[in-house]
Ligand binder design. Sequence first.
Ligand code: AMP
Length: 213
Amino acid sequence: MKLILFGPPGAGKGTQGELISAALNIPTVSTGAMLRAAIKEGTELGKQAESIMATGALVPDEVVVGILKDRLAAEDCKNGFILDGFPRTIPQAETLEALGIQIDCVLSLEVPDETIIERMSGRRSCPQCGATYHVVYNPPKKLTSQCDVCGAVLKQRDDDKPEVVKNRLNVYHKETEPLKAYYEGKGLLKSVVGQPQVEETSRLVREALGIEA
Ligand code: AMP
């Protein structure tokens, strides 16, 4: 299955992506995670992206498309993949089509702005492996402020800080949300309303995609 996980920043795309990835045995491809890895490695691309990401703006289409194309050509994407955070603009969606990539489903996670702001202030990420948590709704199971997966100390992402979150939401509404109508017109859009409990959202996501529990 070639799936796009759609929704505002902080809607739970990362968390739901992990669940679907494990259930369907296909990788999650997150352009945000790839960009953060490039920043960590100090590559030229990372240096270009860092200052843009810090403001909550979008990295230019050609930069993101470049890294995505290489990733989707990898062997583990042959049987499908889950796109998290891509496409974010109509030209990015058109690029997917131009590359001959046929998307099977676009799953939109619907979460209102106020909830996003509340969620993102409590979101913590692992700087080592990228796993995400929430101090109230999805805390680490082993030790407070340590990643369950790799043990690194959890951090708040710079772009999860309140003033940047507001800008990311503005950018989402202006540049990304029009993609909903775009994919609805192609008959590919399914929507799930994000629930306060992660497990409940996961159940609705499984139901929408026909995944057995
Ligand atoms: P995310 O982890 O998906 O929330 O992405 C974090 C940041 O990376 C975004 O705020 C953008 O600055 C950048 N980014 C990630 N994916 C894209 C994309 N498809 N197009 C442009 N910028 C992106």
